[in-house]
Design a protein around this ligand. Sequence first.
Ligand code: PMP
Length: 439
Amino acid sequence: MDILDACYQYRESEIVKATGFYPFFQVLSASDGPTVTVGGRSVVMLGSNNYLGLTQHPEVLKAAHDALDRYGTGCTGSRFLNGNLEIHETLESELADFTGKEAALVFSSGFLANLGTLGALGGAPDAELFLDSESHASLLDGARLARCRRLRTFDSPSELARQLETGTAWPHALVVTDGVFSMTGRIADLQSIVELKRRYGFRLYLDDAHGFGVLGPQGRGTAASLGVEQDIDVLFGTLSKALASLGGFVAGDRCVIEYLRHKARTMIFSAALPPASVAAALAALRVARRDRDLFDRLWKNVSFFREGVERAGYQTLGSSTPIIPLFVGSEALAFRLCREALEMGVFVTPAIYPAVPMGHALIRTSVNPAHTREHLTAALGILATLASRHPLPQQDASTIPVARSMDLADLAHRHAAPVDGQFELAGALAIQDPGTASL
Ligand code: PMP
């Protein structure tokens, strides 16, 4: 069989596009942070991870410009050999200081940080990895890279406890969890996991992509907000969300970081994070540490928006973070609402299976301190109009059973001519692999 057969036969994205509701790869032609230009129109951006709204902050922009002038556009090689800049090391020491760890290591993306770190740590001869079932693809791929033969998943601390009960001590195990779950904004029950850690002696890896820079004092993250910072052995954070840049890091004991510097394949064999991105992240970190007002504006906006969407009739699933999910249940409805919202002036994104259980589709929104009251009021007006136009589930979301198939196929049948009779829509979204559950 031709190795490219799968590509030649791939039709699913075409089917979804023909419905007119394809929500992915939207082309943005300009952005000022809280608004973006799509199809020549300015719309309010509620679909980003720009949690502190710092992508256009004057100090962040200036730092990036200055770094371009000083170092040029790229490092053209890995940090290991020829691309290790002074500002990489400054950023690492400030990240270590901020997170209360001995050392930190910056990679060229968050994905590469998780992949390289789990790839290295999971390769210990008797390593056992416990991954939260909502773990990001980069963590699952890290376990695969490590060829870790003992990999388990858990969907709650009680499920983890049941698995750990089969042994008495687990020093060879690494438990991996998110701090804030990316689609629902749910905060992990780290305290219960830490209690298990004290009993069973495993090591704990926290992927705090969505909590770092946002929760806790000065935005030190989920563990800091729950008082368990010292219990995290390896802390992962990304520079591409709250810190308004690109890149990722891990922080921990000096010996762990020194090991990863020399063993993580994604550190050694990939070009260094470019100077402008390093400088932007460093400037954003300094702004976040200094500017109390930023957090004040963030949390006021979060409450204002969450209360507004709840008044409009949306269930927000108990989120207490800047990620505010709007429960819609039906995948087809989520696609339709996102399309109509965009046409009316607000950019939001759908979350469907396997990012959420089947039939539990969401519209994922997030607000940040750069949104003005005018932006949020306009967005609330649009979302309220959509809620009055389309029937939203009124039942408590947790009582709605998980469906056996997505109702998107029905949407495709009604709106598009079937192509070879195939409606494998999960495939269209490249998400059939549970390792991509969290986006
Ligand atoms: N972990 C989680 C939980 C994420 O949501 C993401 C990105 N969405 C990553 C890791 C990867 O980070 P990056 O986008 O910076 O590569």
